[in-house]
Design a protein around this ligand. Structure first.
Ligand code: DC
Length: 202
């Protein structure tokens, strides 16, 4: 039976780790929808027109290691503001959400636009300075040359664009459960997410 868990929130709030763990816990498939926008952003950086890039996305485009860089994140945030790009990616996400056996999707507009009928909705957030520190450590850990100031500035810019755009802006669905991970490590955040979703799943 289809059962959709929609997980939204800003960058580095813990959505990715939580979504993977929640999917494993319930035995559901998982889609990181940010990867769709990153893959489109990557192809646009390589010269493709945004809507064409979104329409012709292939599964192998989502696997590129190069999608996790600040440059691609910025390009993703820019293409994500385009209505044509969002429209091109809508059908794939909706079909994934209603697959047999259950699905977890994480992104910015899953509970509000992609799956307003999702059985469980979680909005994962954390204070901006906590998120910036997490992202800084993650990028340093990958050996990327970044400063904390750059990461904070990048995150502010991306948050403002993702929340301020007219097309599917980042915001919690009215019926979403809110999980603030500022004072939690990722293990605690996962436990808390499963505790919130468990009763809905039944
Ligand atoms: O979650 P992420 O950092 O990988 O997302 C990259 C960008 O894609 C982000 O800045 C906003 C955009 N995005 C979106 O607009 N809608 C989604 N459902 C997922 C991501």
């Amino acid at each position: 039976m289809p059962f959709t868990i929609a997980i939204d929130g800003p960058a580095a709030a813990g959505k990715g780790t939580i979504s993977k763990a929640v999917a494993a816990h319930f035995g559901f498939a998982h889609l990181d929808t940010g990867l769709l926008y990153r893959a489109v952003g990557r192809r646009v950086l390589d010269g493709a027109p945004p809507v064409d890039a979104a329409r012709s996305l292939r599964p192998e485009d989502l696997e590129a290691d190069s999608l996790r860089t600040p440059e691609v994140a910025r390009a993703a945030s820019r293409v994500a503001a385009l209505a044509g790009v969002r429209a091109a990616l809508l059908g794939f996400q909706r079909t994934f959400a209603r697959r047999e056996g259950g699905a977890v999707l994480d992104g910015r507009d899953i509970g509000t636009v992609i799956c307003p009928e999702a059985e469980a909705k979680l909005f994962v957030t954390a204070r901006p300075e906590v998120r910036a520190d997490r992202r800084y450590l993650e990028l340093k850990g990958k050996g990327l040359e970044v400063t904390r100031e750059q990461v904070i500035a990048d995150m502010r810019e991306r948050d403002a664009r993702d929340a301020g755009r007219s097309q599917s802006p980042l915001r919690p669905a009215p019926d979403a459960m809110v999980l603030d991970t500022s004072g939690l490590d990722l293990g605690q955040a996962v436990v808390e997410a499963i505790r919130l979703i468990g009763p809905v799943r039944g």
